[in-house]
Every structure is written in structure tokens, then in C-alpha cells.
Design a protein around this ligand. Structure first.
Ligand code: G6Q
Length: 557
């Protein structure tokens, strides 16, 4: 069994962690580092186009940085990336290639899976998407009663929802006026009903997005949506109001959607990496096909960088290594993702899936048990909302929570005519910067006492209050700063996170591209469903049986 801790770099990093703890015990270490090394910011930052990556407020010394790079070499991050883009079957437990990078490869050369070039198919689906999107947005695609489409409803869940929903929200300034895109994912009927409440069947188009076309929630929502449409317009209307995104032509056809209205993708596209495939159709409806291709182009820029930049200059590799430092050597359990841009309000949810479904595992690639920590708990909210919610814990809680701050220099809305943008964006940015500074600097006892004295609070009152107002500082953050949230910039940002997650999976020797951990609950739900409807009770623990009985009684089953 591979033991990722056996390499020289890992052992040396363990020693560095001990040294760091001693330094942290002296208090306010990062303040001292910035004072001692005026070039710390310049020396640690990396750039890709207009994206600036600043890890200088992480608990990383030059020696730690050197050893992390050595760890990246020892764990063969470069060759692992090459194997992925070459179409090797690196999704071991499902025996599949992992080739989302081919979906955004803009160079025109071949990309092979099992010896076969997949690029002609990729190009054909993009062309099919362009034709459909152009017709829809121009009004040439008409509903069954001859009216143009005003509302597009994407029905999908997990990877068939989170990516498109996140990207559509992020690119709001690019939406076509008069065309609204909605996302329905939850099997809770309230989600579909709430969405349809304001829509007219005559002007609504449903995109049923499901790689397998067997997902319970998506099929339940799709059937109910079809019943809503058929109830209003009749069965023949389905052809003008439903399209499908799937790898499963038979199931699409069985559902009643003509396969000519299916946009295909392939088993080498993982669900949570499928935004770049036909699964992105709803995004393309919202922003147009040219902008969608800019999104792909941005991701491709990050792919080239991840593949070609040496580890020390490779942004996703650096993010992965710093994350491993925080998780495995300093023992920090979580990662906060804090976009200072309201348009990115779904980014934390998206990255929760990308990261936690990929690296929330404790089995090594050869089936052993990991003896080391793996993926962190990821959470977040857009700034400044998070500041008024959970930042208290970030600043003074007993756990240290490393955080990624995402800043955008120019508001995408700044140029919108008549938009009352005022100085909102400066307020937003100043808050983001202030938080990273505060988390790093903290506030010493002496500073607190001085502040209290200036406020007229002295003696026992000051002594009682001071401990509550002290900030330890040394709370690590990374800042990612970009010019504007364009489709290109969004594609680049998302692909950087994808590759960071991939690199971490290699560093931890786990299978990042499967998700067996979501299966057990699905299996048990299938058994419980009939029991709630009145079937004979199954063999459960007392709690589950008791709750089933309680629900049956309350629901009159
Ligand atoms: C992602 C997962 C999962 C998947 C959903 C939806 O990597 O595989 O989130 O995307 O379960 O699956 P379908 O697209 O097959 O409906």
C-alpha cells in the first residue's frame, strides 16, 4: 500500500510544522514575517492573465514552500496531470477516462479515449448547441402554440444542476433580456411548483439534464413538468417544449423526448465536471453561445497552465499543496470559500460538491485505509453577508478555518445604464481586503488596552473586557483577485479549482472521480419509499422504524 507520508518531503514538513507551532506560540507570527520580509507578497504571488493568486497570508515560510514543492514532485503531480489529459482510465473504480479538459480544448488537435479521437463528437455537439441556442434566443424556435420561449427550466440535480446554476448566476450581466433561466433540482415538489407558478406552458422550455437519465429526483421532476405541460397544451406539445442532455439515448426516448432533441455527452465526463459539456446548455441559453465558448476558452487557459507550469509556478498545484499543509500538517478541518461578488453566490455550493464529493474519501487507490486526513469540509457565503453571520468563528473560534477570498476589481454591473452602483463596489472590496488583513494581523492585548483607554474604559472594566476583544491573528487566507467576472475569467477560476482538487487527490492517493459514498442512502431510500406508502415495514433499527411509523400515522398511510 502507498503511504503518502513516507517520502522525504512529508517527513521534513512534519518537522517544519513543529517549528511553526513554536513560532505561532510566540504570537503574531505572520505580522513578523511581513515585517522581516518586505518582498513576501511579491515573492509568493503568481499570475495567470489578469488573475492574481496571493498566498502570502498563509502560514507558509520559504522553507515550507520549498518542501511543499518537493512533495508535489515526489507525488508526481505533473505526470498525473499528463495521464489525465491523455485520456488514461484514471477513474479507477469505474474504469473510465476523465477528459473534461477535452470539452474545452480549443486547439483543434485530436484527444483520444481508448485510441479514438473524441474531438469530432465534441465539436458536433457544440455545433448542435449553437444551432439550438441561436434559434431559441432569436425567437425562431417556437412553442407549440407559435409563441417564442420566455422561460427555460433546467431540471437536473448534483453535477447536472450545480455547475450550470452557479455559472448562470455568475454571468447575470450577460443574460439576454426577456429570457429567464430557472433551475429545479430538489425532489421536494415545492421546488418545481414554486418555479412553475409564474410561468406559462406556452412559453416555457424544459431542459432535462441527466447523464444517466435514471436519477430519481430528476425523473420525478421531469414527469411532473411534462404532466403540467401536457395538461395545458396536449401530448404533441412535448416535442416543442422538452429537450434532453444525456448519455442515455434509450431512456431519453422512453421518456418521450425525440433523440434528435437530445444533446449527447459521454461517460468520460464526470457529473461534477460536466458544466463544459451539453450540461452547460442552459448557461448557453442565458448568455449566448459565443459567451459560452469564452467560458470554455477560459477553462482551457487554466488547463494549459496546470499542465505546463512547473509546480512552483502552478496556481492549482500551489493551492493544492497549501491546502495539504493546512489539512495534514496543521490539522485544520475546513476551508471557507468567500467570494466578494454577489454573482458568485452559488460558488461555495458548487465547490462543496466539486471538492467534497471528489476528495471526501478515506480509501486509498489500491483499496487500503488512508492513515492521513483527506478532503476538508468546504463551506462559504458571499462577502459581505458571511461577515454578519459566521466570521465571528473565523476570527476568534477555537478552530482555525483557512479561507479563500475571491475579489473582482470591477463590478460587472458598473457599466450597466442607470444602475445605481454608487460606491458599493469600493465598500465591498474594502471589506474583503480588511477581512484578510484582520485575520492575519489580529489584535494584541496591548492594542486592545490602548483602544479601551482611548474610549475611556480603564481599570477593572478594561481588564474584564480585554480578553474578549483580543484577536490571535495568524488565521490563514489566500486571495484570488481578477479584473472582471467575464465568462473567460469564470471558466479559468472554476478550472483552477478543478485542478486543485485533482492534485489534492493525487497527494492523498485517493480516487477523486468516483462517488460511491452517495449510493447507500439512495439504496435505502428506495426501500423506505414503499413503506411510507403503506407497504409492510422492513427490517430497520428502532429509530428508523419508529420514525417511519410516526410518518405513516401522521400521513394516514
Ligand atoms: C457528480 C455526481 C452526481 C450526479 C447527479 C446527477 O459527479 O455523479 O452529482 O451529477 O447524481 O446524475 P445524473 O446526471 O445522472 O442525473
Amino acid at each position: 500500500m502507498v503511504d503518502v507520508r513516507e517520502g522525504q518531503a512529508w517527513r521534513a514538513l512534519e518537522q517544519q510544522a513543529q517549528l511553526l507551532r513554536a513560532d505561532l506560540a510566540r504570537g503574531y507570527a505572520m505580522r513578523r514575517w511581513f515585517q522581516e520580509d518586505p518582498l513576501r507578497f511579491q515573492n509568493m504571488q503568481l499570475r495567470l492573465g489578469d488573475l492574481l493568486y496571493d498566498p502570502s497570508k498563509q502560514l507558509v515560510t520559504p522553507e515550507v514552500s520549498r518542501l511543499l514543492n518537493a512533495l508535489g514532485e515526489e507525488r508526481c503531480l505533473g505526470p498525473a496531470m499528463e495521464a489525465m489529459v491523455e485520456g488514461a482510465p484514471i477513474n479507477l473504480t469505474e474504469g473510465r477516462a476523465v477528459l473534461h479538459t477535452a470539452l474545452r480544448d480549443r486547439r483543434g488537435g485530436p484527444r483520444r479515449v481508448g485510441g479514438q479521437d473524441v474531438m469530432p463528437e465534441v465539436g458536433a455537439v457544440l455545433a448542435q448547441m449553437r444551432e439550438f441556442v441561436t434559434a431559441l434566443r432569436s425567437g425562431a424556435w417556437r412553442g407549440a402554440t407559435g409563441l417564442p420561449i420566455r422561460d427555460v427550466v433546467n431540471i437536473g440535480i448534483g453535477g447536472s444542476d450545480l455547475g450550470p446554476a452557479m455559472a448562470t448566476a455568475a454571468l447575470r450581466p450577460y443574460w439576454q433580456a426577456g429570457l429567464r433561466v430557472h433551475y429545479v433540482s430538489n425532489v421536494d415538489g415545492a421546488h418545481l411548483q414554486g418555479t412553475l407558478a409564474d410561468l406559462s406552458p406556452e412559453t416555457t422550455l424544459f431542459i432535462v439534464a441527466s447523464k444517466t437519465f435514471t436519477t430519481q429526483e430528476t425523473l420525478a421532476n421531469a414527469h411532473s413538468a411534462r404532466a403540467w405541460l401536457v395538461g395545458a397544451l396536449g401530448l404533441e406539445a412535448v416535442a416543442r417544449h422538452f429537450v434532453a442532455l444525456s448519455t442515455n439515448a434509450k431512456a431519453v426516448s422512453d421518456f418521450g423526448i425525440d433523440v434528435r432533441q437530445m444533446f449527447a455527452f459521454w461517460d468520460w465526463v464526470g457529473g461534477r465536471y460536466s458544466l463544459w459539456s451539453a450540461i452547460g446548455l442552459s448557461v448557453a441559453c442565458a448568455i449566448g453561445m459565443d459567451a459560452f465558448e469564452d467560458l470554455l476558452q477560459g477553462a482551457h487557459e487554466a488547463d494549459r497552465h496546470a499542465l505546463e507550469a512547473p509546480i512552483a509556478a502552478n496556481i492549482p498545484a500551489q493551492m493544492a499543496l497549501v491546502g495539504v499543509w493546512n489539512r495534514n500538517f496543521l490539522g485544520f478541518p475546513s476551508l471557507a470559500v468567500l467570494p466578494y461578488d454577489q454573482s458568485l453566490h452559488r460558488l461555495p455550493a458548487y465547490l462543496q460538491q466539486a471538492d467534497m464529493e471528489s476528495n471526501g474519501k478515506a480509501t486509498t487507490r489500491d483499496g487500503g485505509k488512508t492513515q492521513w486526513l483527506t478532503g476538508p469540509i468546504v463551506f462559504g457565503e458571499p462577502g459581505t453577508n458571511g461577515q454578519h453571520a459566521f466570521y465571528q468563528l473565523l476570527h476568534q473560534g477555537s478552530d482555525i478555518v483557512p479561507a479563500d477570498f475571491i475579489l473582482v476589481a470591477h463590478s460587472a454591473f458598473a457599466t450597466a445604464p442607470n444602475h445605481p452602483i454608487g460606491d458599493h463596489h469600493e465598500l465591498l472590496l474594502s471589506n474583503g481586503l480588511a477581512q484578510t488583513e484582520a485575520l492575519m494581523r489580529g489584535k494584541t492585548e496591548a492594542e486592545v488596552m490602548l483602544e479601551l483607554r482611548l474610549a475611556g474604559i480603564v481599570g477593572a472594566d478594561a481588564a474584564a473586557l480585554a480578553p474578549h476583544k483580543i484577536f490571535s491573528g495568524d488565521r490563514p487566507t489566500t486571495t484570488l483577485l481578477m479584473d472582471r467576472l467575464t465568462p473567460h475569467a469564470l471558466g479559468r477560476l472554476i478550472a483552477i479549482y478543478e485542478h486543485k482538487i485533482f492534485f489534492q487527490g493525487i497527494l492523498w492517493d485517493i480516487c477523486s472521480f468516483d462517488q460511491w459514498g452517495v449510493e447507500l442512502g439512495k439504496q435505502l431510500a428506495k426501500a423506505i419509499g414503499p413503506e411510507l406508502r403503506g407497504a409492510a415495514p422492513g427490517n430497520h433499527d428502532a429509530s428508523t422504524s419508529g420514525l417511519i411509523a410516526e410518518l405513516r400515522q401522521r400521513r394516514g398511510a
